[in-house]
Design a protein around this ligand. Structure first.
Ligand SMILES: *Cc1c(COP(=O)(O)O)cnc(C)c1O
Length: 379
């Protein structure tokens, strides 16, 4: 039996390994490991790719979000609207700066923020909206920016899963005041370690970000704000420069995989495949289906999705559940007082989602094994 992992970085390394090795050796020989032209060049390249004037690299996607909130002076007493159906970092960083996340339910089709519910969550304490382009599917940024502008709110895009995704022909990370990217290895543009970046068209915000990521200083040993140490290593920047050249090709390969999943899985009645809005051009960091459950089973009984996942694993297919518990129901947010059922679409998604193996090099044979195994589990 062939074992299919949810993602496989070793396949990519087989193809570009020699280039990566050489770049790493060059950095080692250069003696310059933090900062320098390699990091600055990568920042310029990513800014150009996203279509903005400024890019500030940092240590992770989490730091990118934290620094973005700090740069916009969001803190205690402020509220930030975001989705509960995301990786914890989106909410965690709002809390880290002392602000309060206000969770708005998601759209059942795209798993992204339900924009029709945002206006009702806005009050005088609201300072920003953080949309997440979840699974590489862009949020409707035309409508979201209109809502934000009408209420004078900042927009920080969480692009961690969506490097290269486009809405209406424009790259995500170029719509809001700030875009936040992660180079965690399994993201579409992944480093060989941690890394992140922040994009903006505002030179003042960029200067503040550069100051905050480097201990709150603009130069020397004079510190005007409490900052952090959040830098991208030269070695990661060198690797990312190479991978950025491949990114569009890899994202195209992911689209081919996604199209084929769609064709093969759509006829299965218990499986709902992801829908792409007309203006969206996703990059499929994940291919996430719903295993439709009647959810009428007694408390404590296994979910259909979980049963399917275990059966798939026995057939060599390793899937993932992103995310089994939405943020508003996490122990860290008990104090906010959200109740099960209050954000019902997110709750239901958490019970039904299943992310199938997805990476650019996934072969037709592997994909067939995923599809036939899934069919087997549902007959
Ligand atoms: C990965 C991820 C982050 C955090 O990025 P790190 O580089 O792992 O810190 C933030 N938001 C979302 C939606 C993510 O998927």
């Amino acid at each position: 039996m062939n074992i299919i992992p949810p993602f496989d970085l070793s396949e990519q390394y087989k193809i570009i390994g020699e280039e990566i090795n050489q770049a790493v050796l060059d950095v080692l020989a250069s003696g310059r490991y933090i900062g320098g032209t390699i990091v600055e060049t990568f920042e310029k390249q990513l800014a150009g790719y996203v279509g903005v004037s400024e890019c500030v690299s940092c240590n992770s996607g989490t730091d990118a979000l934290y620094l973005a909130l700090r740069a916009l002076k969001i803190g205690a007493g402020d509220e930030v609207i975001t989705t509960p159906f995301t990786f914890v970092a989106t909410g965690e960083t709002i809390s880290a700066v002392g602000a309060t996340p206000i969770f708005v339910d998601i759209d059942p089709q795209t798993f992204n923020l339900d924009l029709s519910q945002i206006a009702a969550a806005i009050n005088p304490r609201t300072k920003a909206i953080i949309p997440v382009h979840l699974f590489g599917q862009p949020a409707d940024m035309t409508r979201l920016m209109a809502i934000a502008n009408a209420h004078h709110l900042a927009v920080i895009e969480d692009c961690a899963q969506a490097t290269g995704a486009e809405w209406a022909g424009q790259k995500v990370g170029s719509f809001g005041q700030i875009g936040c990217f992660s180079f965690y290895p399994t993201k579409n543009l992944g480093a060989c370690g941690d890394g992140g970046a922040i994009t903006t068209n505002d030179p003042e915000i960029a200067a503040t970000l550069r100051m905050l990521r480097d201990h709150g200083r603009r130069s020397g040993y004079y510190h005007e704000e409490f900052g952090v140490n959040s830098r991208l290593d030269a070695m990661q920047a060198a690797i990312l420069q190479i991978k950025l050249r491949y990114l569009d090709g890899w994202n195209d390969q992911r689209r081919v995989v996604a199209d084929r999943y769609h064709q093969l899985l759509q006829p299965i009645s218990r499986v709902v495949t992801p829908q792409v809005p007309a203006n969206g051009r996703p990059v499929w960091n994940q291919y996430t289906v719903r295993i439709v459950d009647d959810l009428s089973q007694p408390e404590g009984e296994e979910l259909l999705r979980d049963r399917v996942r275990t059966q798939l694993q026995a057939k060599g297919v390793n899937s993932m559940v992103y995310y089994p518990l939405p943020l508003h129901l996490q122990p860290i947010y008990h104090s906010l007082g959200y109740l099960p059922g209050q954000l019902a679409v997110s709750d239901r998604a958490a019970h039904e989602v299943l992310s199938l193996p997805m990476f650019p090099e996934l072969s037709i044979e592997q994909q067939d094994q995923v599809v036939y195994s899934l069919k087997d589990c549902l007959v």
